[in-house]
Design a protein around this ligand. Structure first.
Ligand code: FAD
Ligand SMILES: O=C(O)[C@@H]1CCCC=N1
Length: 387
């Protein structure tokens, strides 16, 4: 080990993005430290919970392209660790047939030859029982989509990182980051020096980046994670191959999405893709339930086999960018500080590819994908740099 650094790289934040980045760095023989402020596993950020949707159904080609490789990377991790992380269920996409959002998803899937099934009003209920297709809505199924076992995935990638010689220190909050050719990271327990640092701090990203003189246009919102009881147990169950779903519009508001009942017996997860702004350290002090009113109307209208009142409500955080695209970049003044932030409520499925891309940025390699949709220069006047 060289005398003036403790690690080649320090990754700050052990959510899905930091954990995959640390794992990729260790695979490239980088001596890597992964720091986490809470005791692992925890439920205070964005990566907790048992399930997430994985899909290629996106409006933008660039996400669909990244997902092609990402499915392979998930499968590779499953093989390496000998665990099952993905279950194919398909994703039912419903939305006003003529709307731009619905048509853009359909075009992207067709253009990229993703296997899909278009359903019409006559064969819909035969394929998808217990769901009402709203008048004027179209329906299609992204066949290869499914469920990722999120908590298990996080634990698995962290264990694989440690097997590669990586070090995880949890219950250790980063309190300062001093930029320079060698970056000095101060925590609640000590001081570490590294050639480079990756900030993957989720809802706390701006708090960390402030030490480096950078602020991104990020908004943190609290999501009410709602579970709905099946009237007939099993009718929306993953074992019955009930699909995940995405409703691109309901009452002209944001998307609504759901996953088959799985983690809690007899309860299906259905959430509104939005929430109210919060301070991540005060998450439980604020409760806005206006989204739950919308969800109740949606459940009553489209899911007649569910009790239209949530049986369980949990909390999770989104960190939103203005365009809802991720931020993957190097610090404008310190190229050895790399960050991944603003995953805008849809980043989990991309974990393996985000890890690969952030690792490439650390190593100064040409990124495997065009990063222009994710660079900070797109924000122009919204990015505050004190340097
Ligand atoms: C309800 C909900 C449903 C979702 N559904 C989907 C889905 O179906 N499919 C999908 O692909 N995505 C989904 N997402 C989005 C996805 O879960 C997130 O994009 C992803 O988890 C973000 O991960 P992250 O690593 O950036 O953040 P986090 O998981 O929040 O990780 C950041 C970590 O940094 C740590 N940290 C912060 N500051 C410090 C510090 N100073 N010192 C040390 N550690 C620090 C935090 O404690 C935290 O552990 C959903 C999100 C939510 C909330
Ligand atoms: O990322 C996902 O697939 C889910 C569903 C759509 C909205 C956000 N998260």
């Amino acid at each position: 080990m060289s005398t003036n650094v403790d690690y080649d790289c320090i990754v700050i934040g052990a959510g899905v993005q930091g954990s995959f980045t640390a794992y990729q760095l260790a695979k490239k023989n980088q001596r890597t430290l992964l720091l986490e402020q809470f005791v692992l596993p925890h439920t205070r950020g964005s990566s907790h919970g048992q399930t997430r949707i994985i899909r290629k159904a996106y409006q933008q080609d660039f996400y669909t392209h990244m997902m092609e490789e990402c499915y392979e990377l998930w499968a590779q991790l499953e093989r390496e660790a000998g665990v099952k992380l993905y279950r194919q269920t398909g994703l039912l996409v419903m939305g006003p047939e003529e709307s731009q959002g619905y048509q853009m998803i359909k075009n992207t899937l067709q253009k990229n030859k993703v296997p899909i099934e278009i359903l019409n009003r006559d064969n819909f209920s035969q394929h998808i029982p217990n769901v009402n297709l709203a008048l004027g809505d179209g329906a299609m199924v992204d066949i290869t989509a499914g469920v990722l076992y999120a908590d298990r995935a996080l634990k698995t990638v962290q264990r694989q990182f440690e097997k590669l010689g990586g070090v995880i220190r949890d219950n250790e909050q980063v309190t300062d980051v001093k930029p320079g050719p060698v970056v000095t990271v101060t925590t609640s327990a000590g001081v570490y020096r590294a050639k480079s640092v990756v900030v993957t701090a989720g809802p706390w990203a701006n708090r960390l980046l402030a030490h480096t003189g950078l602020q991104l246009p990020l908004t943190v919102v609290k999501i009410n994670v709602c579970y709905w009881k099946e009237k007939v147990p099993g009718s929306y169950n993953v074992k019955q191959r009930f699909p995940c779903f995405l409703l691109t519009e309901f009452e002209e508001t944001k998307d609504i999405y759901g996953l088959p009942s799985n983690e809690y017996p007899g309860l299906m997860k259905i959430c509104y893709h939005g929430g109210s702004e919060t301070n991540p350290d005060q998450r439980d002090k604020t409760t806005n339930r206006s989204d739950i009113d919308i969800l109740q109307r949606c459940v009553a209208c489209c899911f007649p086999g569910l009790v239209p009142e949530p049986a369980v409500v949990e909390s999770c955080l989104y960190t939103l960018t203005p365009d809802h695209h991720f931020v993957l970049d190097c610090h404008p003044s310190h190229s050895n500080i790399v960050f991944g932030a603003g995953f805008s409520g849809h980043g989990f499925k991309f974990g393996p590819i985000i890890g690969k891309l952030l690792c490439e940025l650390v190593l100064g390699e040409v990124p495997s994908y065009d990063l222009s949709p994710f660079r900070i220069r797109r924000f122009q006047d919204k990015t505050k740099s004190a340097l």
